[in-house]
Design a protein. Structure first.
Length: 169
């Protein structure tokens, strides 16, 4: 009996051998690169491009208020990418952030669950675990991270909200 993993492995080896030995019309051999998609998605959540909306993300300091951390580049229900000028952010940092998104098509991005009656809300305050920092221009950094303490109700509403937004490349 062949397992699915063995079958995919054998299938890709056969395909590689066929494309690697392709002969051109001039009698010479050229290697062809063929990418075969099996439909598997690497990401758990789809990213949506919000850069054109010029939304900001704040670093939340509790009772002292907030300070602008950077501009929102893209967002998914599991993570965020921010463009900032702050060079002191490193991978594995934990940053408390505040996201405020506008209501779009009658859908609020988050839910207030403080009362017994659920209410729509536009802001979320929670922790971002920084996974990647990339220098994109002089004095500009893309900071990507996971939104780690978001309630499932908020994550679901954010996913619904983002389904109305354009996908990121």
């Amino acid at each position: 009996m062949t397992t699915l993993h063995e079958w995919k492995s054998n299938k890709s080896e056969t395909k590689t051998a066929e494309t690697a030995n392709a002969e051109t019309g001039k009698g010479e051999f050229r290697m062809k690169i063929a990418v075969e998609s099996d439909g598997a998605e690497r990401r758990e959540h789809r990213r949506h491009d919000l850069e054109m909306q010029s939304l900001t993300v704040d670093r939340w300091d509790g009772s002292r208020g907030s300070h602008v951390l950077g501009q929102l580049v893209d967002l998914s229900s599991g993570g965020v990418r921010i463009r900032t000028e702050q060079a002191n952010i490193k991978p594995d940092n934990q940053i408390r952030v505040r996201l405020e998104l506008p209501v779009y098509a009658g859908i609020s991005p988050f839910v207030d669950m403080q009362d017994k009656k659920l209410q729509p809300k536009r802001e979320w305050i929670g922790w971002m675990a920084v996974t990647r920092v990339k220098n994109v221009e002089s004095n500009k950094y893309d900071v990507a991270g996971k939104l780690v303490d978001m309630e499932e109700m908020d994550r679901g509403m954010l996913g619904l909200y983002l389904s109305t937004q354009p996908l990121a490349a």
